[in-house]
Write a protein that binds this ligand. Structure first.
Ligand SMILES: *Cc1c(COP(=O)(O)O)cnc(C)c1O
Length: 239
């Protein structure tokens, strides 16, 4: 996407040099090959997940052409945006649990809300960001305590979001834990659900299971460790 790409900032600190453009670019090239082989000609967007990584990870993502950047924690996204991470090219995706009192800070920044899973979240986003683009997050595994709505509630939530003035682009899910192959039926049902509702975007697949997700119809994968390497422990760079 970018030609030479924007300048990349210095590493965050002495604790870790952070990911480099060379290393991430090389990983991305291999990832793109695997996606292409699995996608049967469909375009698949790679969202760079930079949670628990420093601002340098965002700079590197943009430098290798990944301008959609995902974060899970409101404070971390706001801080990175305020620090100018990634420059003006970044399109922030919010992936985490939406807390009402954080929406005000996120609303001017977030391009795609991927984790909309209940009416209260819809209300909060609609109040601050009319016309915002969202994905409805579905809990495919049916695990208690996990985020995401039940598959049976998806259609109603989509309707509620639309009534509130939000633009529903599609569905999102986190695959069940375990081997990637075990996630296949869940991914397949998410793609079917989106298709049945006429929704174009299917965000599924993370570092451990993105190939299976793409084979099953993902239009968007969310990759952190596969691009950047292991996340630093809490207290690491960028938090
Ligand atoms: C952390 C996270 C990712 C990326 O996870 P990796 O395994 O590092 O690729 C993707 N989606 C969501 C919702 C996440 O929380």
């Amino acid at each position: 996407m970018t030609g030479g790409g924007p300048a990349v900032g210095a590493p965050d600190g002495p604790a870790g040099a952070g990911p480099t453009v060379e290393a991430v670019g090389a990983r991305l090239a291999l990832i793109r090959q695997r996606i292409e082989a699995a996608a049967a000609g469909r375009p698949v967007e790679v969202v760079a997940v930079t949670k628990a990584m420093g601002t340098v990870a965002v700079d590197v993502a943009v430098a290798v052409g990944l301008t959609s950047v995902g974060e899970n924690y409101a404070q971390e996204l706001v801080a990175k945006a305020a620090a100018g991470a990634g420059g003006t090219a970044v399109r922030w995706h919010f992936l985490g649990g939406v807390q009402r009192n954080k929406v005000r800070h996120l609303a001017p920044l977030v391009e795609l809300w991927q984790s909309v899973d209940r009416p209260e979240v819809i209300e909060a986003i609609a109040a601050r960001a009319s016309g915002a683009r969202v994905l409805v997050q579905v809990d495919l595994a049916g695990l208690a305590g996990r985020s995401g709505c039940r598959p049976a509630d998806v259609a109603a939530l989509v309707a509620t979001a639309r009534q509130a003035g939000l633009v529903v682009r599609g569905l999102m899910a986190v695959g069940p834990p375990g081997p990637a192959e075990a996630a296949r039926p869940a991914f397949r049902s998410l793609a079917r659900l989106a298709d049945g509702l006429g929704l174009p975007e299917v965000s599924m697949g993370m570092s451990g299971d993105f190939v299976v997700a793409v084979e099953e119809g993902a239009t968007m994968v969310r990759l952190g460790t596969a691009l950047f390497g292991p996340r630093s422990a809490p207290g690491g760079t960028g938090r």
